[in-house]
Design a protein around this ligand. Sequence first.
Ligand code: G6P
Length: 370
Amino acid sequence: EAIEKGGYEHFMLKEIFEQPQTIFDSFRGRLDAEQLRVTLSGLDSISDKLLKARRIIIVSCGTSWHAGLVAEYIIEELCRVNVEVEYASEFRYRNPIIDENDVILAISQSGETADTLVALETAKKQGATIFGIVNVVGSSIARLADAGVYTHAGPEIGVASTKAFTAQLVVLQLFALRLAQLKGTISDERFKTLIEGLAKVPEQVDWILKTQKATIRAIADKYRGSSDFLYLGRGYNFPIALEGALKLKEISYIHAEGYPAAEMKHGPIALVDETLPVVFIATQDPFYEKIVSNMQEIKARKGRLIAVVSEGDTQAAELAEDYIVVPQADEILAPLLSVIPLQLLSYYIGVERAVDVDKPRNLAKSVTVE
Ligand code: G6P
C-alpha cells in the first residue's frame, strides 16, 4: 500500500496532487487549439439525437451531481439548450416524463452507483438516449450507455472524490464545446479562448498546489475546531460551494453547508456569529462585485471570512481574515481551479481531526445498494 501511495500519507492527498496530470489526461488527444477542434467520437455518434433534443437531463449522485450542476450552467450558456440536473434517487421514483427526444447525461465515477444505474435503465426503456461520462472502464453504466466518454482519471481510491470530479468537469466542458460547435452557438473566438484556457489548467492547478499548500494548511490548523462551516459562491462557482461543503463533511465530520451566495439571506445568515467560518469563492468573474457585497454583509455580522480569490485581487482578500489565491481563468474554467483549495482544506482539517480520510466512517466509495 505504501508503494501505491507513492510517498503520500494518504490516497486522497496523492489523488489531489495527481490532478495536473489527470486533468491533462482527460483532454489529451481531444483538444486541438490550432485547428479549433474538440474530438469526442462518442458525442459525434449521437449528434443527430443531441441536435434534435429539446433538453438534456443530467442524472447522477454525490460529487458527480455537483459536476452535473456546473455542466448545467456551461451547456446552457454555450449550447443554448435546456439542461435539467437530477438526483438519480429522486428521478427514478417519480415517474419522470421522458421520450425518445431526450438525451440523458449520466455522470458517474464508478459506473456502478445503484440509483444512477436504475434511473438510466428506466429512461432507456422509455426511449431516451443515454450518454455516459464514466471513469471506470467497462463498468455497468458504461455498458448500458448508448455512447459516452471516459474521464481517464485513473483509479480513485479515496472515498471522497477529488481527481474524478475535475476529470468530469473537463469532459463536460469538452462536451459543451463540441456540442456548441455542432449547433453553431459559439464563435470561433470564444471557442479558441476556451480551449487555450483549458490547455493551461494543468499548470495552473500545479501552481495552486505548490504555492498555496502552506497557506491552506495554516488555515486548516486555525479553523479545525469549528463545529460548522458555511460555503458560498455564485454562478459557475455555486456548485463548487456545495462541493467544498460536501468534502468537508465527508472527511472531517464537521457540519458544513453550501449555498448560492445570494440565497444566504433566506436562512443561513441567521447562523452567522463570531464563531462561524464562512468560505467565499470570490474569484474574478461577472459576479465579483456581488460576492464582495455578500462578504461585507457577513463581516458586519462578525462571521469569520475565508476567501478563495484570483491572483491580483485586492477587495475580497482585504475583507477576508484569511485567503487563498488561484490563477485568473475564464469563468467557465474557473471551477476547475477554485475546487482545488477546498479539497486540500478539507483534507488538512480531516487529518488534523484524526479522521481516516481515505475511508471516512459510514461512507462507501461506490453505493451499489439503495
Ligand atoms: C459515493 C462516493 C462519492 C461519489 C458518489 C457517486 O457517495 O463516496 O464520492 O460522488 O458515491 O458515485 P459515482 O461513482 O456514481 O460517481
